[in-house]
Design a protein around this ligand. Structure first.
Ligand code: SAH
Ligand code: SF4
Ligand code: F3S
Length: 453
């Protein structure tokens, strides 16, 4: 289906990289239909919110946006309002009842079907598409936000049962894409000039478990693993850097460390959430590992790649967490010395086991612990940044420094943002996607400044 008159769409994306990747695919579908993108929601004919439900505040943000647009729709019935993503999946038809101005509510498994769903909307229906679905191979070309770095989904969904987490119920069971289709997508990206890819999965180490044994890339008679996949896609010409997220400590393998050390395009960055430094809390979270196992993983990585960046996620004030248990999380952060930790206070999510436990902690305890942990995280990041002082680093140029347009911006292989004056004599357009060496002259906790060597 194509739209007749010039029509504009506006997408707002909340949440994680999965949602960002999904938004790019949905933008691709809309552009195939003849829509043009606009930065101004006020001039859009179709507004799509791609929502996140990981914590209550993420969910509430969507309702405040929706309220405004619903009001606008009452004056302009031609406006099409779509809610996609994890809140859409969680709420389903209830969302249509809560905001009757909505035209379409669609879960993450329906992203590639946006065109068909809109067709039903334009035939006069209010549509909710949230049934569990097999994710079709990409039928459209995503409209990507960057011309250098691209996301590539390799596994959808999550089969874990972390007791705090909404993701399995909104993203469904694991579905691995075939190695052939992943490789094809990366080859296409390389042909379009992309230089960096990030392979995505909620639990990337689960890749391949649901595929049949004996396929391409797998060991003899076995099933392909994530590590096998890295070897299988590594040689694609034109791609200079390969990243991936997210690793799960329960399934993390030493073969993966070896592959990362061996394969030159794989960046020296490990994102491995630990969630808590206390074994009883980890057990209550149903994470399936101990803090000792987590520490061993990091030791193993550092033995082979001492300079690798290590980042993680952590939750404070999980139900029943005592002060001592919280301090074990602080201790773990201090012992490891992370480059970055994404921290969050526990937020009860509908339908998850921990949400109904009776030992919930108060908002005061939550914000106090969050603040204390953040302080330690920032200290660690500042210390870890020091190792870059005076060093020569390769950065891949992505754009300009928003705060100082005279500087260009790129990232180190370890994912630190770095700025430098452009003394190359080349324009930004010429430099984008190129890797240059800079000598680091200034370090801050989460970014660096340098001069081109
Ligand atoms: N699949 C990844 C993380 C997905 S969600 C993993 O297993 O690590 C991203 C992060 O959000 C999680 O790592 C966790 O730290 C946080 N998170 C998830 N559910 C949460 C909740 N109910 N309250 C607070 N933080 C939560
Ligand atoms: Fe959520 Fe756990 Fe799955 Fe991560 S592994 S998405 S935290 S259930
Ligand atoms: Fe949020 Fe859904 Fe991602 S809940 S963190 S957008 S998987």
């Amino acid at each position: 289906m194509t739209v007749q008159n010039p029509q504009k769409y506006h997408i707002v994306t909340f949440g994680c990289q999965m949602n960002k990747a999904d938004s790019e695919r949905m933008a691709g579908v809309l552009e195939d239909m003849g829509y043009h993108s606009t930065e101004e929601s006020e001039e859009a004919d179709l507004i799509l919110y791609n929502t996140c439900s990981i914590r209550d505040n993420a969910e509430q943000k969507v309702y405040s946006y929706l309220g405004r647009q619903a009001k606008r729709k009452r004056d302009n019935p031609n406006l099409t309002l779509v809610v996609a993503g994890c809140v859409a999946q969680q709420e389903g038809e209830a969302l249509l009842r809560r905001v009757p101005e909505l035209d379409l509510v669609m879960g993450p498994q329906h992203v590639n079907r946006l065109g068909h769903l809109l067709e039903q909307v334009f035939n006069g229906n209010q549509v909710a598409a949230t049934e569990e679905a097999y994710i079709e191979e990409d039928i459209t070309t995503p409209r990507r936000n960057s011309s250098v770095a691209a996301w590539v989904n390799i596994i959808y969904g999550c089969n874990e049962n972390c007791t705090y987490c909404i993701v399995p119920s909104v993203r469904g069971r694991e579905q691995s894409r075939t190695p052939e289709s992943i490789r094809q997508e990366i080859e296409k990206l390389a042909a379009q000039g992309y230089k960096e890819i990030t392979l995505l999965g909620q639990n990337i180490d689960a890749y391949g478990r649901d595929l049949p044994a004996g396929g391409i890339g797998a060991g003899v008679g076995g099933k392909i693993t994530f590590t096998d996949l890295l070897y299988y896609v590594h040689d694609i010409e034109g791609i200079d850097r390969i990243r991936y997220a997210t690793s799960h400590p329960r399934y993390f393998s030493s073969r993966l460390i070896k592959a990362c050390a061996e394969l030159p395009k794989i960046c020296e960055h490990f994102h491995i959430p630990f969630q808590s430094g206390d074994n009883d809390i980890l057990k209550a979270m149903a994470r399936g590992y101990t803090h000792e196992r987590y520490r061993r993983i990091i030791e193993d990585i550092r033995e082979i790649m001492p300079d690798a960046a290590i980042t993680a996620d952590a939750i404070v004030a999980f139900p029943g967490e005592t002060e001592e248990q919280f301090e074990r999380t602080v201790q773990l952060v201090n012992d490891i010395g992370f480059d970055l930790v994404n921290t969050a206070a526990y937020s009860p999510r509908p339908g998850t086991p921990a949400a109904v436990w009776d030992d919930q902690l108060s908002e005061t305890v939550k914000s106090d612990r969050l603040q204390r942990l953040n302080h330690v995280v920032n200290q660690n990041a500042a210390e870890r940044s020091q190792r870059y002082a005076g060093r020569i680093e390769e950065i891949m140029i992505e754009g300009t420094n928003h705060k100082n347009p005279l500087q260009i911006m790129g990232r180190t292989r370890t994912n630190r943002i770095a700025f430098t004056e452009n003394t190359t004599g080349q324009s930004l357009a010429e430099l984008i996607g190129k890797t240059i060496s800079i000598k680091i002259t200034e370090v801050r906790p989460f970014s660096l400044t340098g001069v081109i060597c």
